[in-house]
Design a protein around this ligand. Structure first.
Ligand code: GDP
Ligand code: MG
Length: 178
């Protein structure tokens, strides 16, 4: 399921309410009136070209994990089509952190022979007083699951740009080592 060229299909997965759509909206530039580079391809698919380390990359971002209307097949579909994954949990919700581990295992099972770039994303980092998952725990989990880790806040737009640049770098690292 390679998208080819410098175009990467990135899939948002994680429990409902952790902030996937909020991150997708920032990516889409909903809150960014100057740069209107984003094309909305469907209600839950966004495409945008970024410059990362002096090289352009197009991300097609899929935010359809919670689309119940389409039924369970959509999740199988999501597990198959990504060139890269953002597994999102909320730092204020331990259950969502545990779910993230489950999803990592499911993804590994679904794509056994592939070395898929993944970033574990601890969102809602602005809610310091409600924190249930420490930075150290997030980082340790990423080590176990052999993926990158970042904490973000969609609410105050902290580390969101870094997140999307990070996933492009992860895809490139694998491409360049082939
Ligand atoms: P999704 O179900 O994973 O798509 O999550 P949403 O993007 O719909 O967000 C769920 C709720 O969490 C909404 O009320 C958002 O406004 C809120 N939310 C999302 N990201 C953040 C964040 O970084 N900080 C805070 N404080 N709230 C957030
Ligand atoms: Mg959503």
């Amino acid at each position: 399921s390679e998208s080819g060229g410098n175009c990467y299909r990135v899939v948002l997965i994680g429990e409902q309410g952790v902030g996937k759509s909020s991150l997708a909206n920032i990516f889409a530039g909903v809150h960014d009136s100057i740069d209107s580079d984003c094309e909305v391809l469907g209600e839950d698919t966004y495409e945008r070209t970024l410059m990362v380390d002096g090289e352009s990359a197009t991300i097609i971002l899929l935010d359809m994990w919670d689309n119940k209307r389409e039924g369970e097949w959509i999740r199988d579909h999501c597990m198959q089509v990504g060139d890269a994954y953002l597994i999102v949990y909320s730092i204020t919700d331990r259950a969502s952190f545990e779910k993230a581990s489950e999803l990592r295992i499911q993804l590994r099972r679904a794509r056994q022979k592939e070395d898929i770039p993944i970033i574990l994303v601890g969102n809602k980092s602005d809610l310091v007083r409600c924190r249930e998952v420490s930075v150290a725990e997030g980082r340790a989990c990423a080590v176990v699951f052999d993926c990158k880790f970042i904490e973000t806040s969609a609410a105050v737009q902290h580390n969101v740009k870094e997140l999307f640049e990070g996933i492009v770098r992860q895809v490139r690292l694998r491409r360049d080592s082939k």
